[in-house]
Design a protein around this ligand. Sequence first.
Ligand code: 1PR
Length: 479
Amino acid sequence: MMDVLNQNGMAEAIRTYVENDRPFLGICLGLQLLFESSTENGHVSGLGLIPGVVGRFDSSDGCRVPHIGWNALQIEKDSVILDDVANRHVYFVHSYRAVPSEENKEWVSSICNYGVDFISSIRRGNVHAVQFHPEKSGDVGLSILRNFLLPSSSMTKKPFEGKAKKLAKRVIACLDVRTNDSGDLVVTKGDQYDVREQTKENEVRNLGKPVELAGQYYTDGADEVSFLNITGFRDFPLGDLPMLQILKKTSENVFVPLTVGGGIRDFTDGNGRYYSSLEVASEYFRSGADKISIGSDAVYAAEEYIKTGVKTGKSSLEQISRVYGNQAVVVSIDPRRQYLTSPFEVGFKSVEVSNLGPNGEEYAWYQCTVNGGREGRPIGAYELAKAVEELGAGEILLNCIDCDGQGKGFDIDLIKLISDAVSIPVIASSGAGTVEHFSEVFKQTNASAALAAGIFHRKEVPIQSVKEHLLKEGIEVRM
Ligand code: 1PR
């Protein structure tokens, strides 16, 4: 960012603008650039308006890095734009932060705690900046933007006092999207990844329209919405313009983070034109995605990395995280449970299972698959998770083919194995059937978020009742 601002002369223009106390609102990197320097990408000088250096969170403080999710602000001083925000959650997604000090005290308007106290917003006169994303923080975020644009409107409203104290566990709604046999893009849902009706016609199950459902889940209180283009592995996503349209339309009305996955890889079209995975991802980001999710291509990259021990920098995972940051890259894992009689039967990490296998097996390993579960690969979920963390993934979306669509609960053995193995956030997915399944996964594993599809699509369990249950169980959630 600083390179671009320096090249086009904007660095000096912004410095003068801020020094003249003109109305300014920096968001995320827009806050960080006001400091003296940052350690991201080596040492980079900032605009130098606020004393301090922007550094990386330290995962040895016991916190997962990146810091992703809804966290609580501690207001330090009056700030017109934060008038309605007291003790509410706002959405953060970052690995670097600035810390409060005697020297920058006069700028700090709120702090947030994540292992350490860091600066969540600054204010001096008309100059504001926030580390979180108001544009992704639901109603609270919209009120911040409104207060910045129309400062007098904030005087008329009574502030709403929330009860937020710390980073909330996230509840994510997932929409598996694909084209049905009549050529319409629909939300579908599989049973162990089989999305076709068990009828003579064998149609693709149709559970609704993607944009409408995403809007509904936003209103219902989903903390994030994920779209997975489940046939992306065989179609070319940039040829699949409806998916880009869905993202554009959804992001007009949905003010929580959007993740999109499916088909992110290098591709050569029928005319011999080559598209890098970075171009594909960039198109998704430009259309409104906040994070992209990589499935099959991450498996191949991890296999190669484990074989050679060399980070080539060329995999989609490495290229996209280098340009957009680790926090923007999710790796979606589609493992299938393989039972074992002894943990030494395979060279992959196994677990002692809570429920014995069909032949009384006491152990299992989790085999990664590609192409929507169609092909098993010679790599386990544990080995994959550790490799993709090293290659630059910022988060893991952990599915389980055996549990998908079964409504019998998450695979706790698998989620425990992976969430204990990595220091990036893990999203538990597949198998939610009741509100109790959510409290179970958060109490028994270190998952940062839980994702469900079928129970929300079939309106069996509303998102709000999941959150009320979690709250009752003493688990912090965003309300
Ligand atoms: O390999 O990079 O093209 O990505 C393809 C993406 O599509 C991957 O993220 C993969 O998980 C997903 N995918 C591929 N085929 C299917 C399928 O269902 N046939 N869906 C599929 C994955 C799993 C979750 C589901 C949860 C929760 N679906 O998305 O939403 O299991 O469901 P539940 O709450 O109903 O149990 P690439």
